[in-house]
Design a protein around this ligand. Sequence first.
Ligand code: 8YV
Length: 318
Amino acid sequence: GVVVLSTLPGDAVERLRAEHDVRYRDEDSSVPPGELPMLLAGADAVVVTLSQRVDETFLDAVGPQLKVVANVAVGYDNVDVAACRERGVVVTNTPGVLTDATADIAFALVLMATRRLGEAEREVRTGRPWTWGIFHLIGVSVQGRTIGIIGSGAIGLATARRARAFGMDVLLSGRSAPDPGVVAELGARVVDLDTLLAESDVVSVHAPLGPQTRHLVDADALARMKPTAYLVNTARGPVVDEAALVAALEAGTIAGAGLDVYEDEPHVHPGLLTRDDVVLLPHVGSATIDTRTAMADLAADNVLAVLAGRDPLTPVRG
Ligand code: 8YV
């Protein structure tokens, strides 16, 4: 049977039910460890989200018949992929379908941070007296400025395209070299991380979380940024050293930040909560009904494929 440990919009659960026995826990919180064996024992497939850790304990609770773990997310840092591989369990994620929604939020954060839109909205909503003035809530224009994209995968490049459309110059860095055609289309330069940090007016993080990227943006990296630059993160919180970010903001060595993800979600560093120069969103990068339905469908299709003996559509190779 199939165990679904995530709320799935659309008809993904019905489609699974048409072919398999489905246990559906319509909740996005992680399963308390004590309940794992009861929920998971004997499953051939499990569908999980970011909030569920899939580790040795989890895999033990499912049992040796498990064939596929379908993560309803593009990031899969919640899944011990090596442990799954050792047990012959396929891991799948949901790339592609959430690229645009997440890039939209990344660029929304760029605009919110540079134009002080969170602060501006709070001013009106809290009834603070305001009048039009030349310097009232004055921000900086993105046109003619440079965005540095850390992680040139699909979401990074989609964010770069948006930035380009807003008149920004694009710097790219990352693990794998992007397609030269795309680099040319963006009029981008591929640079090393230090160059990107030193030359960008906005640094946007799109790298997956892994041992090589944990605290990739640390105190040293933040110190390399311009004092007028903004940091945006829609990838994974731990790619940025949150305490070092607070310290940089407090010291004024960067101008501001826009964050959709945090080191210890849903906990947010208290040093961020009180600052007007940061914009804070609650991990809503892929949160559109269209995207979430497509993610659920892709996860279901991966499960249906593997259980039918076919190749998964979007396996994780990591
Ligand atoms: C998801 C995400 O909403 O895909 C990812 O990696 O972070 C988001 O799109 C979240 O992971 C749900 O599991």
